[in-house]
Design a protein around this ligand. Structure first.
Ligand code: GLU
Length: 479
């Protein structure tokens, strides 16, 4: 099997695009076939270099490697449509010479006006094929005179059947298919021409893409046949919708793959989640690793019904993957988030060691890696005392607890979690305070917040000196 992902670099990689890429990749990896990344930048005005770079970065982050394409090379270089113009032109020329395409001299304003009139009169806005009637010699003369023209495909009569691997047979009456443009008047190819020429040239065996492309498929099938070729197999993936049933878009929240990376989703969790948007292993398993996906993915189990995006499920899934990380893996994943907030210096060995010790404390408390920043920040830098926690530093009882805590911490022989816990529990008992209550002001003093990782372990990691400073600071803040 030879598959491809063919994004148009007009913006960031949408999660829907990532799912398409993933399904193609899984099919290639499962079958031992190959996977091509091809940049479809025929729409020059909307394509950008930044978008190409971002797509490549996101694909790499997701671990979707390609066998042919940008940065990798291959026999069909370049894997960018702007560099492949001669191929499109020669296919177009062939179709023209064989009478399967014709020059259309209608000007854009004329076409727009006719479309409007058709709409007013309740007729189809399709091109009325008027330039089909221009005799070939005359059309050639008009070209010689320098009249601008587009090249249109001459849609034959009959019907075109798309044998879709997910939806079964979908039949299109050719009368409903417009004589679509192959080359614009500036000579640039349209998507339908370029995609067919490329898929043929690259010997793509299966075209797997979003079902928004289904209306293009009969046009492409007609083109393959006009070029004397057989079409590849097609599979159109169900749409991804939000909880309201509408196509997933920014209105529903984040949809850019890069945003999920920035928030601290793990690529493995994203892959697992995206795989289940339209496909299932059986009807119950939700946590499925990459190897299992590769071993089991098939189009037979892809549904034709829209897949519903569920952010809560994604968060839950990410938390599961975080819990499954080893301690040093978790520390490695969390570090960039602390660095980005200026709380940690990536080169500082002491900080790295601290993070290694602190990471296990939060493993079960975070859903995304960025959650680690508010939880661990106090171990790395000076953080303020949260407004709503300040009252826990005030009042005679709390002040007494803090002063006594300071004294006891100073007296400890070894400053470790067990010793700290022992002395503070004894203190609570002597003061006649419930331990939970006694520990509240200490937590606020040390961590600056009512919520923190386990207190005694945190204090051990923070070290005696820092703990003493924080208690002194809290006493000042509370007085
Ligand atoms: N470039 C098209 C898009 O980004 C995909 C075309 C295809 O997969 O055939 O929507």
């Amino acid at each position: 099997m030879k598959l491809r992902f063919a994004p148009s670099p007009t913006g960031y990689l949408h999660v829907g695009g990532a799912r398409t890429a993933l399904y193609n990749w899984l099919l290639a990896r499962r079958s031992g076939g190959s996977f091509i990344l091809r940049i479809e930048d025929t729409d020059i005005s909307r394509s950008t270099e930044d978008a190409i770079e971002a797509i490549i970065e996101d694909m790499r982050w997701l671990g979707l490697d390609w066998d042919e394409g940008p940065e990798v090379g291959g026999d069909h270089w370049p894997y960018r449509q702007t560099g492949r113009a001669p191929l499109y032109l020669s296919a177009a020329r062939r179709l023209l010479e064989e009478g399967k395409a014709y020059r259309c001299f209608c000007l854009p304003e004329e076409l727009a006006e006719r479309r409007e009139r058709a709409a007013d009169e309740g007729r189809s806005p399709m091109y009325d094929k008027r330039c089909r009637g221009i005799p070939a010699d005359e059309a050639k003369n008009m070209e010689r005179e320098g009249k601008p023209f587009a090249l249109r495909f001459m849609v034959p009569e009959g019907e075109t059947v798309v044998s879709d691997l997910i939806r079964g047979e979908v039949t299109f009456g050719n009368a409903e298919i417009e004589d679509f443009v192959l080359l614009r008047s500036d000579g640039s190819p349209t998507y339908n021409l370029a995609v067919v020429v490329d898929d043929l040239d690259m010997q793509v065996s299966h075209v797997v893409r979003g079902d928004d492309h289904l209306p293009n498929t009969p046009k492409q099938i007609l083109l393959y046949r006009a070029l004397g070729a057989e079409e590849p197999a097609f599979a159109h993936l169900p749409m991804i919708v939000g909880q309201d049933g509408k196509p997933l878009s920014k209105r529903h929240g984040d949809v850019a793959v890069g945003r999920f990376r920035d928030m601290g989703f793990l690529p493995e969790a994203m892959i697992n989640f995206l795989a289940l948007l339209g496909w299932s292993l059986d009807d119950s398993t939700t946590l499925i690793d990459r190897e299992t996906l590769i071993a089991n993915f098939s189009l037979e189990r892809v549904s034709s019904k829209p897949a519903v995006w569920d952010s809560d499920k994604l968060l839950w899934m990410n938390a599961q993957y975080i819990m499954a990380l080893g301690e040093d893996e978790l520390a490695l994943e969390v570090a960039p988030f602390l660095v980005a907030e200026g709380l940690m210096d990536a080169e500082d060995a002491v900080a790295r060691d601290k993070l290694l010790r602190a990471a296990p404390l939060i493993r079960e408390r975070i859903k995304v890696l960025a959650d680690a920043v508010p939880l661990l920040g106090f171990l790395f830098g000076e953080v303020g005392i949260a407004e709503e926690a300040r009252e826990l530093l005030q009042g005679d009882d709390n002040v007494k607890i803090l002063k006594e805590t300071g004294k006891r911490l100073l007296e400890l022989e070894t400053f470790d979690a067990a010793a700290i816990e022992g002395t503070l529990r004894a203190m609570a008992e002597e003061l006649g305070t419930k331990p939970r209550k006694a520990f509240q002001p200490i937590r606020v003093a040390v961590a600056g917040s009512k919520v923190s990782p386990p207190l005694f372990e945190s204090m051990e990691i923070l070290g005696r000196e820092k703990c003493m400073q924080r208690i002194a600071r809290a006493l000042e803040a509370g007085s």
